[in-house]
Every structure is written in C-alpha cells, then in structure tokens.
Design a protein around this ligand. Structure first.
Ligand code: PLP
Length: 457
C-alpha cells in the first residue's frame, strides 16, 4: 500500500489546496490532513501508509452496509452507462426514483405519503422547513414560521439548518441562528434531571418548558418542532420515558408540526428501520439521508404527510409550480445506489443484526465500563451509542471541556486501531459502526476503547 501512495506529497497538496469541513483551518493547513484513506472492506478502512482501522463510526454515521461493496459499484455503473443523469424538474422522472419512492413508501407509516429527493441531510431539513412555511402560507397562516429545535442537536450546516443545530460553534461567527429558529432544552436525563426527579417527571418538565416557550413566542407564530428520535451528534441522547408522548401532546394542542430528523437514526441504525418506530412518534415530516445510500452517493429523502400534501396539492391552482428543487433531486444514479443499498440491508438482515449485535456491544460496554470511575453512562440503542466521560462518576462532575478529554481518548483509541467519534460539547465518545458488525469486531471495539480510555484517564 505505502508504495502506491506518496503520503507526504498528498498531505502537502491537500494542505495547499483544500478548505476542510469542520476542521481547524490552521491545523490542517500547517500539518496536512491527519490521515488519507484509500481503501475499505466491511467495517475496516486503510490509509495510504497501510494502517487498517475498524471504523466504529461508519464514516459520519452513514456507512450502514460496510465498505467496498461491489454491488453498489455495479448498480452505479449500470445506471451511469444507461443514462447518467436527467433532471426531475417540471414533472420529468426516471424509473429509478419511481422504484425507490415506492420501496421507501412501503416502509413509512400510512399517513406519510410523499417523498422529495435531494442530496444531503441538510437539504432535507431545509426543504422540510420551507415546506412548513409554504404549507402554513397556503393555510392562511403565513406568520406560523418559527421552528423549535433542541439545544445541542445537529441538523445540518446550511444557513437554516445550522440555525436549527443547537451547538454554539455552528452559530458563532456566522451571525446565526436566524430569527425564525428557537431552542428548547436537551432531554438528557443523566445530566439534566434534578435530584430525585423520575424520567417521567423530567419529561413532563421539558414538555412544560416547551409549551412555555411556544406561549411566550405566540403559538400563532410557531410552525414546527424538529427532533431526532435519538439525538446523534449532540451526544447520542436517548429520550427519557414519556418524552415524545408529552412533547407531541403539546405540539398537537398548538397546531405545530413534528419534523422527525432520521438522518442518523434511519435505515436500521437503531435496530429498527426508523427511529420513530421506537418511541411511538407520529411525525408529520421525516428527513433521511446518510444510510439511504450508506454514503456511496450523496442523497436525501424528505417525507411529508398526506395532510400536508393535500394542502400543497390544492394550492397548485393559486401558486403554480412548487418553486423548490435541486439539480440532483431524484438523481437516477443515486436512486439506483439507494435501491442496491436497501437490497443489501434487507437481503443480509442488517436491521436485525443492528439490534442483535448492538445489544451484544452495549452489554460488553456495560460489563467493561459499568463501574468505571470516569464513565458515567453507556447509552444508545442498536448500533448507535456513546460513553459519557466524567471527571467523577460518583459526584456526577464533568471534565472541564478545555482539557479535550473526549478528543484525547478518541486519539488513544485510534492508536489501538478503532475509530470512535469524540463529541466535545457532550464530552462523550460516540459509535455507529457498519450494521454488518459481528461479535468479534464488537469485542475488538470494546478492547480498543478500554485500552485507549485507560491510557488517558
Ligand atoms: N441531521 C442529522 C441528525 C445529522 O446528523 C446530520 C449530519 O450529520 C444532518 C442532519 C446533516 O446532514 P448532511 O451533513 O448530509 O447535510
């Protein structure tokens, strides 16, 4: 491997030419990228120096079927050879997006009846936000525009979706959030509940807080609430008991739509096809991306309910075209990739494997870290989880974030051959490996995580 690539040259060239996303600009431009990956198979990826690592994060929470699946390349080539591209504006279509829509709709709850295709999780949420505005305008409620998101959540990086994202670093220096976006509390029972408060009481308190925010803003100005079933990049926060039931009651009372962001949770990640199935969420709109194509093609699918659809449908007479769409909406190559990806997930029972191997991985992590002085909580469902780092587990004291313990632990774990994702705001280590993970690979993850953490703390 190392003979094929001149790593130093590649690093210099990268540093000279590329503005990296979500990276400290001077670090990459002074030192070059940390690693350059060139090959992957199953859960493993290999860099230009021949280092092979178990990718415990599945890229950016998206590599559901595992690396190097030639079936995807075959589907991509066939679709590209056949036509390559044509747009879907002005009613144009292609068989791949038609087949994909049919396939996806069969997995959706009955009241969700239409899908809009885009290219990223951000554009899916952006699209849904615009549909909230469009829909409410058509209903004669154009002032019902505000969207309530949760603190610490991640929903994307466009102007609108970076606003939904509840992380200060995505607002600071960009003049965000936009005025239409408000944030409510994070439902992290372990860190945010008051002493003696039960999960149900905590959930009721947060639902009351949400309602107070809605009333303070004016219910006639609030169009939607957006939440992930399990908050991913915000810390893999699983909702406390009764949370979504209580929240949905508030939303219903004030005629506010629920946008369910399934960009991380969708397509088997939690051991269910979609995260909303776990928590009895009845979403009005659903955003998906990532696992839709397992990252092999940039593609998103945003879904809306029949009630919303009917308003859009009836509004056509007055509005003319739904003036929203992307050059790559319903891309025939992307749709072919998504279909091949879903065929692998189904054919190899990867949703069931996510549940089973996920339960095994969580059990091993609980055995290993259940009494660890610096791990407060092992949380998650299926092959999605996180470890909460704590300075003192007994007194529930967190680390000073300036010590960057999560990043240091992730680097140490990386030196033992496993990639985990440090989440600095949540001071947690997250994992979301390919859904093909087996028990041996799960053991390898636990072993490396233990060794890395013990080296740092
Ligand atoms: N929503 C969630 C829950 C995400 O985790 C992400 C990305 O990590 C996004 C939306 C944005 O997706 P993208 O990076 O494809 O724009």
């Amino acid at each position: 491997m190392s003979t094929l690539y001149d790593t130093e040259h590649l690093k210099r060239s990268d540093a000279a030419n590329i503005l990296h996303p979500a990276s400290v600009v001077a670090d990459v431009s002074n030192n070059g990228p940390a690693r350059i990956f060139v090959e992957g198979k199953g859960a493993f990826i290999t860099d230009t120096d021949g280092n092979r690592m178990l990718d415990g994060v599945g890229g950016l929470w998206c590599m559901n079927i595992g690396y190097g699946r030639t079936e995807i390349g075959d589907a991509m080539k066939a679709a590209s050879d056949q036509m390559g591209y044509f747009h879907t504006f002005a009613g144009a279509s292609n068989p791949a997006q038609i087949g994909l829509a049919e396939k996806l709709m069969a997995k959706m709850p009955d009241h969700i009846t239409k899908v809009f295709f885009g290219s990223s999780g951000s554009d899916a949420n952006d699209t849904l936000m615009k549909i909230v505005w469009y829909y409410n305008g058509l209903r004669g409620k154009p002032e019902k525009r505000k969207i309530i998101a949760r603190k610490q959540a991640y929903h994307g990086t466009t102007i609108a979706t970076a606003s939904l994202t509840g992380l200060a670093s995505f607002h600071r220096n960009f003049g965000l959030p936009i005025p239409e976006v408000k944030h409510t509390s994070l439902p992290h029972y372990y860190r945010e509940a008051k002493p003696g408060e039960t999960e149900e009481q905590f959930s009721a308190r947060l639902a009351n807080e949400l309602e107070s925010l809605i009333i303070a803003e004016g219910p006639e100005t609030v169009g939607a609430f957006i939440a992930e079933p399990i908050m991913g990049a915000g810390g893999v926060i699983t909702p406390p008991k009764g949370y979504f039931k209580a929240v949905q009651a508030v939303l219903k009372k004030h005629d506010i739509l629920f946008i369910c962001d399934e960009v991380v949770c969708g397509y088997g990640r939690t051991g269910h096809w979609f995260g909303h199935q776990l928590y009895d969420i009845r979403p009005d709109m659903i955003a998906t991306a990532k696992g839709l194509t397992s990252g092999y093609f940039p593609m998103s699918a945003a879904f809306i309910s029949d009630d919303i659809w009917k308003v859009l449908h009836d509004g056509s007479a007055t509005l003319g075209a739904f003036a929203h769409g992307f050059t790559y909406s319903g891309h025939p190559v992307g749709a072919a990739v998504a279909l091949a990806n879903l065929a692998i997930i189904e054919g190899e029972n990867l949703v069931a494997n996510s549940a089973e191997t996920g339960a095994y991985l969580h059990a091993q992590l609980n055995d290993t870290f259940g009494h660890h002085a610096h791990i407060g909580e092992v949380r998650g469902v299926g092959l999605l989880g996180a470890l909460q780092l704590m300075a003192d587990r007994d007194t529930k004291t967190g680390f000073d974030l300036k010590h960057k313990i999560a990043a240091r632990c992730a680097a140490a774990i990386g030196n033992h051959g496993v990639i985990v994702r440090p989440l600095p705001t949540a001071d947690s280590l997250a994992f979301s490996p390919p859904l093909t993970l087996d028990r041996g690979e799960a053991n390898q993850m636990v072993d490396a995580i233990k060794k890395g953490i013990d080296q740092v703390m």
